[in-house]
Design a protein around this ligand. Structure first.
Ligand code: DMJ
Length: 492
């Protein structure tokens, strides 16, 4: 095993910000600035508060739901929403590692080794299993060097493989681990979904790179062969594809639910792969998609910048609705900018700043200080509906990337305000709960702690308040569930 914190960053001491406010880091182009000793101490204290929140969330899960997928933080029991994969355990591993919560990490490791099973006769979401479980196992391997995690990851991928057995190789949504039978839901018209089949590349390429078995990479490279065989004029893609023909099947162009992480994985696969010739196509598709996104979906509502959904055909105007999920876009744009992947028809930093401001307004205009799920806009006025909050991370993710790149302290301040609001409204006696309506002064809690609260929301808070070297973006790419995967020179 590697030193617990040494591989991902330079240790636990005070940050090593030095140099002038305009200097930028060699590779990622992030700003390198000095904070005063008092400022350092304040943010270190706040990062410590986040560690405390992680301990609270984990300990409640440990006590009331151990081995189940999620804890129900009000009724104090567990539930299985992901097929009994211990989703909270595997989703939390690398956050525990990065926060140096050693005993808890070891406890989680023991469960994975002895109890994580992939032989049940039931349907599993390929997407959720991939981003939470395969991603969590692979990042734990990349951070700790412990080969047990890689063995488990390979075991899991093996039972997922039949999902790719379609005429084109585009995987289906759900797979039965025991029978190998797969299917797509009727609400999707029996088609495969863009965000689902486009959010596998990082994990399956990582698995191929770490095991040396190209079966895994062939499966996900094939998906992009099919996409390239069915190009679109503006680089934006329908929500659905017929997995038997490769034809696009409508459903709109979306950067929120059902579309989002497809675009995220274009830039991340290119960065993860070390920008080699083999991964060049992901960059090319990303740059084209960003140009298309800007022209087709970015609109103003009063002072706010909105990324809408295009539900009509090419050339039609987008509906002025934006999911909280779409708040991942600023981070994606900044990652592109850090790595020299930008479209030429707009300023990616300006757009990232503007969209982050919009996402900030989802919190700032809310009486509870927390966002709801989806917003509609009219002349700068925001209506939040639905207004539930399930502890999602995307705005905190945006603050993290924006702060990393610009070092503008407002992103940390906005993050701290959001963290305090989560503490005030979502903390329960034993863990954290979502809210049934976040846009009221005294919201009611629901009874679920999503595993991504530990995987992503708390991790992004922690990284936002911590020095850059806690996790270097030159060395790691975070998958869509915030699991860090080590950058690899991928030559296929
Ligand atoms: C997470 O599972 C992932 O971030 C996914 O890409 C989108 N939805 C949730 C968090 O909101």
């Amino acid at each position: 095993m590697q030193d617990r914190r040494g591989r991902a960053h330079g240790g636990k001491g005070l940050p090593r910000h030095k140099g002038s406010s305009s200097r930028r880091g060699a590779k990622s182009g992030t700003k390198d600035i000095s904070l005063s000793a008092e400022e350092e101490a304040l943010w270190a204290e706040r990062a410590e508060e986040v560690r405390g929140a992680m301990r609270h969330a984990w300990d409640g899960y440990r006590k009331y739901a151990w081995g189940m997928d999620e804890v129900m933080p009000k009724s104090k029991k567990g539930k299985n929403s992901f097929g009994s994969l211990g989703a909270t355990i595997v989703d939390s591993l690398d956050t525990l590692w990065l926060m140096d919560l050693k005993d808890r990490f070891d406890d989680a490791r023991g469960w994975i080794e002895n109890h994580m099973r992939f032989d049940r006769n039931q349907g599993y979401s390929v997407f959720e299993t991939n981003i939470r479980c395969l991603g969590g196992l692979l990042s734990s391997y990349d951070l700790s060097g412990d080969s047990m995690f890689l063995r488990k990851a390979e075991e899991l991928a093996t039972v997922m493989l039949p999902a790719f057995d379609t005429t084109t190789g585009i995987p289906v949504t759900s797979i039965n681990f025991q029978t190998g039978r797969g299917n797509n839901p009727s609400w999707a018209g029996g088609n495969s979904n863009l965000a689902e089949f486009g959010t596998l590349q990082l994990e399956w390429l990582t698995l191929a790179a770490r095991t040396g078995n190209h079966l895994y990479s062939d499966k996900v490279e094939r998906i992009f062969d099919v996409i390239e065989e069915h190009p679109t004029a503006d680089g934006l893609y329908d929500t659905y594809m017929d997995q038997n023909t490769g034809n696009w099947k409508g459903g709109g162009i979306r950067f929120g639910a059902l579309g989002d992480s497809f675009y995220e994985y274009l830039i991340k696969t290119w960065v993860w792969g070390g920008k080699t010739r083999v991964v060049q196509r992901y960059k090319d598709l990303f740059v084209k998609a960003m140009a298309g996104m800007h022209d087709a979906l970015i609109r103003k509502s009063g002072d706010l910048t909105v990324i809408g959904n295009r539900l009509g055909g090419p050339g039609s105007e987008p509906e002025m609705r934006m999911d909280h999920l779409a708040c991942f876009v600023p981070g994606m744009l900044v990652l592109g900018r850090m790595n020299g992947a930008e479209a030429s028809n707009f300023d990616s930093l300006q757009l990232a700043e503007d969209l982050t401001e919009t996402c900030h307004q989802f919190y700032a205009r809310s009486p509870s200080g927390l966002s709801g799920e989806s917003a509609t806009f009219q002349d700068g006025h925001v209506t939040m509906s639905p207004a539930y909050n399930i502890l999602r991370p995307e705005t905190i993710e945006a603050y993290f990337y924006m702060y990393r790149y610009t070092k503008d302290i407002k992103y940390r301040e906005w993050g701290w305000e959001a963290f305090e609001a989560f503490q005030k409204h979502c903390k329960t006696e034993v863990a954290y709960a979502g809210l049934t309506n976040a846009w009221v002064a005294n919201p009611s809690q629901d009874d679920t702690m999503q595993s991504f609260f530990l995987a992503e929301t708390l991790k992004y808070f922690f990284l936002l308040f911590s020095p850059d070297d806690v996790l270097s973006l030159d060395e790691f790419v975070l998958n869509t569930e915030a699991h860090p995967l080590r950058v690899t020179s991928w030559t296929g």
